[in-house]
Each structure stands twice: as structure tokens, then as C-alpha cells.
Design a protein around this ligand. Structure first.
Ligand SMILES: Nc1ncnc2c1ncn2[C@@H]1O[C@H](COP(=O)(O)OP(=O)(O)OP(=O)(O)O)[C@@H](O)[C@H]1O
Length: 448
């Protein structure tokens, strides 16, 4: 490795193993497992250690938070000018732990109940959720010992379930022998009703009282259900006394859950209560970016910002809008632009920014060439109208994201192949002719 003294005989793998053990001594176990376990050494080029990371989100995070530490570790190994580069290698494998067969089946069972996407790695931390995130990490690192119970509350679609599952995944990976149970309050209630009806209460109790980590979602729904509260009270006590970890989520803090028995309320307040607020713009953009990457799609930053500005208070809706846009673009064979986003999402939200209208574009182009808009839309083929019409078609496509048949329709039922030809023609001119580039810029400026 150029620039590395004394490590020439080591392979890239062993260099990386040495770097890793240095890093491991300097950060928490949670950080290590979240960010470093998936990194793979790719090679050493011109003295630069190349590392593969699963997503660019992970890459950016590692660069921002751990670059100095990695360099320090390389220095420690003898590199005179420590350099490294992170490359996104989708599908970078997760190293499976080696453990016994019974542990493996427990781990598999645990994984079944958890959404694979809801991991710490896929959770974007912002000012709105950093306390909840830190508490969840602490609990994941030492279940039953940090905060018990951990009570996470916040509005709809803000990541409460995601954080709970992240703890579950982490614990499943680090402590594969532990039994994890994730349940919604509704399911807990239904199972209890069935157990009572079928005379299977002892199985029900055994199931919930034998777990090491109990995750209960939407605990506010326990309000007013006396029998469920009673049973949950005993489950809670059994687990708590055995130092088993309990995590609860709710849309409100315990004190605001009406008709909740006071003995349960006070227990919910024994550990740590933490909230999640709606995310700020940067966090919303980061969440969208991470989601797009998770699906292997690259979306221009301005499009992400456009969506993030429209949907402000529910991350589920934010993700829904992104999915809708991706589906729209792939089904219609169009590139993802801001205009296409405005169209695809027109019934999800009313855009807060002015949308371009085909009529306005036509008017501005016609005025520039000194012809009437109707002439551009008409069937005439004189050279005074052919190029302006092509320019208008091009701009309509670019700025409104309308499909080729829609544009053809607007120009008095022309065929979509005519529109395609016009657009390709203007694209060629734009590439070859600076005057055309300038003109397109000016027309766009006039349109605001
Ligand atoms: N900080 C975040 N980073 C990345 N994705 C997030 C974040 N917060 C929420 N999400 C995503 O938003 C969606 C909704 O999150 P989740 O289901 O955890 O919300 P919730 O608070 O449990 O909602 P509800 O109150 O409806 O149960 C999920 O797809 C989740 O992955």
C-alpha cells in the first residue's frame, strides 16, 4: 500500500481487520455494529484504501462522523499519508454470526416479526428524533438495563414503529439467543380474547412472559379495555421483575391516555419517556434520499426537495409520495423531474409552487417568433411555424412533464411520434447550437 509504512506484506483484508479493531476500541458497540460491520475492503489503489459501503447514505454518514477515526487507525498502522475512499456497493453482505442451531432458529423466528427495512441504519436522525434514537440505541445495547420501560410517543407516521423494530433487529443480531416479541396492542387484545374463549390462558401467559424483549405498538389503544389492562399489568410486572426489556409506543404520553389505570400509568412512567416530533426539511429530504437509494433509484436533489416541501408532518405520506412518483415515471417512461413530480403528485397535494401551463408556454414561444399561438397549434407547415412549434413541444415536455400523446392532443391531435421527432430535433439543436441553448434559457426565464 503506497503511503503505508510497515504494512506492505499485509493483505487489504488484514489491513482492514486491523483498522476495524482500532475503531472498535474507540466507539460504542452499537455504532460499530451499525456502521462498520457491513463495510468491505475492495482494494488499495495508489495508496488509497477503497472500502465498499451498502448505500451512499451509509457512506456519507461514515465520512461525516468517522473519517478522522479511520485515518487515525491507518496512521496507527503506519500509513504516512492515510487515505481512504468509500464506494457504494449495493448488496454489500451482512456478515452472519456463527451460532448454535437453537440460537439460529430463535434468531430466524425473531427476524420474522420485524420489518427488514426498519433498522438503525435506515433511520435518519434529525433534531426531531435524536433523543428517541439515542434512547433506543442505549436500550439496544443493554436490554433490560438502560431504560425500562422505554416509552416512545409521537404523531402518526413519525417512526415509532421503525425505532422499535430497529432495537429488535439489533438485539436479534447481537444477542441471537434472546426471544423477541413484537405485537400491536390490538393483536395483544385479540389474542387475549381468543385465549379466554378457548380456555388457553396459560399458553397466552407463557408466551408473553417468557420473552426477553417485548415491543408493544400503539399502547394508547389499551385505554378503556379493563381486561386487557389487567392482563398487561401482570405481563409487565413479570417481565420487569425479571429485568426483561419492554418498549412501548403511543401517539401521546402516558398522562394523556385517558381511562388508563393509574397503576399502569405509573409503570409506564418508571423508565424513560421520549417523543418524536415532525421532521424538519433537511431530515425529510434525507429520508427521501435514503428511501430512493434503498430501492436503487437516483432522484435529483431538487425533486426530493420539492416533495419534502409539500409534505411536512407524516413520513409515511412522504414515502408514499415518493413511491407514487417512481411508479408514475417508470410506467410512463419519463425521467423524474420536478415537473413530472408535480404531475404525478397532483392529487396528493396542491403544489405550493406555480406549475407551468402548456397554454402559457405556447403564448411565450409564439410571441418570441412573432406568430400567433393558434398558428403554432394549427396544421400549417410553413417554415415560420415549424421550428417554433417544435420548440413549444420541447418546452411543454420539459416543463410540464406531459406525456407525448398528451402533447400531441394539445397540438390538435398530432401523433405522438411527431411530438417525439420535434423534441429530438430541439434536443439536437440545443446540443449543437449555443444560440438555441440561449433561447431556451430566455424562454424559460420569461415563464418564471
Ligand atoms: N427517521 C426516519 N428515517 C427513515 N425512515 C423513517 C424515519 N421515521 C419514519 N420513517 C419511515 O416512515 C414510515 C412510518 O414510520 P412508522 O410506521 O415507524 O411510524 P409510526 O410513528 O409508528 O406511525 P403510527 O403512529 O401510524 O404507528 C416507515 O416507513 C418508516 O420507515
Amino acid at each position: 500500500m503506497e503511503g503505508c509504512r510497515g504494512v506492505g506484506t499485509l493483505t487489504q483484508e488484514s489491513i482492514w481487520q486491523n483498522v476495524l479493531s482500532y475503531i472498535r476500541n474507540n466507539i460504542t458497540e452499537v455504532e460499530y455494529h451499525t456502521w462498520f460491520e457491513r463495510i468491505r475492503p475492495l482494494g488499495i489503489q495508489g495508496g488509497v484504501l477503497e472500502l465498499g459501503v451498502p448505500t451512499s447514505f451509509a457512506g456519507e454518514w461514515i465520512k461525516k462522523h468517522y473519517a478522522d477515526l479511520i485515518q487515525e487507525a491507518l496512521l496507527h498502522l503506519g500509513a504516512t499519508s492515510p487515505r481512504f475512499e468509500l464506494k457504494v456497493v449495493p448488496g454489500t453482505p451482512v456478515q452472519e454470526d456463527i451460532f448454535s442451531v437453537s440460537t439460529q432458529s430463535q434468531a430466524r423466528e425473531n427476524r420474522h416479526k420485524l420489518n427488514p427495512k426498519y433498522t438503525f441504519e435506515n433511520f435518519v436522525v434529525g433534531a426531531n428524533n435524536n433523543m428517541a434514537h439515542a434512547a433506543a440505541l442505549a436500550v439496544a445495547e443493554s436490554p433490560g438495563r438502560a431504560y425500562n420501560p422505554l416509552f416512545i410517543y409521537g404523531g402518526v407516521g413519525l417512526g415509532k414503529t421503525h425505532l422499535m423494530h430497529a432495537v429488535g433487529h439489533y438485539v436479534a443480531q447481537r444477542f441471537p439467543h434472546l426471544k423477541i416479541e413484537y405485537v400491536s396492542t390490538e393483536t395483544f387484545t385479540n389474542e387475549l380474547i381468543n385465549a379466554i374463549r378457548e380456555d388457553k390462558m396459560s399458553e397466552f401467559r407463557e408466551r408473553y412472559r417468557s420473552v426477553d424483549l417485548l415491543l408493544v405498538d400503539d399502547i394508547q389503544f389499551i385505554a378503556g379495555k379493563e381486561r386487557t389492562q389487567e392482563e398487561f399489568f401482570h405481563t409487565f410486572n413479570a417481565l420487569y421483575e425479571a429485568h426483561k426489556q419492554i418498549i412501548l409506543s403511543s401517539d401521546r404520553p402516558p398522562k394523556d391516555i385517558l381511562t388508563l389505570e393509574s397503576r399502569l400509568r405509573s409503570r409506564f412512567e418508571w423508565g424513560l419517556i421520549t417523543d418524536i416530533q415532525p421532521p424538519e426539511l433537511e431530515t425529510r429530504i434525507a429520508i427521501l434520499k435514503m428511501n430512493a437509494e434503498y430501492r436503487g433509484i437516483s432522484i435529483p436533489e431538487e425533486v426530493l426537495e420539492y416533495i419534502a416541501r409539500q409534505i411536512t408532518s407524516n413520513i409515511r405520506e412522504l414515502e408514499g409520495a415518493l413511491m407514487r412518483l417512481i411508479a408514475y415515471a417508470s410506467l410512463n417512461g419519463v425521467e423524474i423531474t420536478k415537473q413530472v413530480a408535480a404531475r404525478a403528485l397532483s392529487d396528493v397535494f396542491t403544489p405550493k409552487e406555480a406549475e407551468y401551463k402548456a397554454e402559457d408556454i405556447l403564448r411565450v414561444v409564439a410571441a418570441h417568433y412573432g406568430v400567433r399561438p393558434e398558428e403554432l397549434r394549427g396544421r400549417g407547415r410553413s417554415k415560420e411555424v415549424v421550428l417554433p412549434r417544435q420548440v413549444a413541444m420541447y418546452l411543454i415536455r420539459e416543463l410540464t412533464g406531459a406525456s407525448l400523446p398528451e402533447i400531441g392532443q394539445f397540438f390538435q391531435g398530432r401523433d405522438h411520434t411527431t411530438v417525439l421527432y420535434a423534441i429530438q430535433k430541439v434536443q439536437e439543436l440545443r446540443e449543437q447550437d449555443p444560440a438555441m441553448r440561449q433561447l431556451l434559457r430566455e424562454l424559460q426565464e420569461q415563464l418564471g
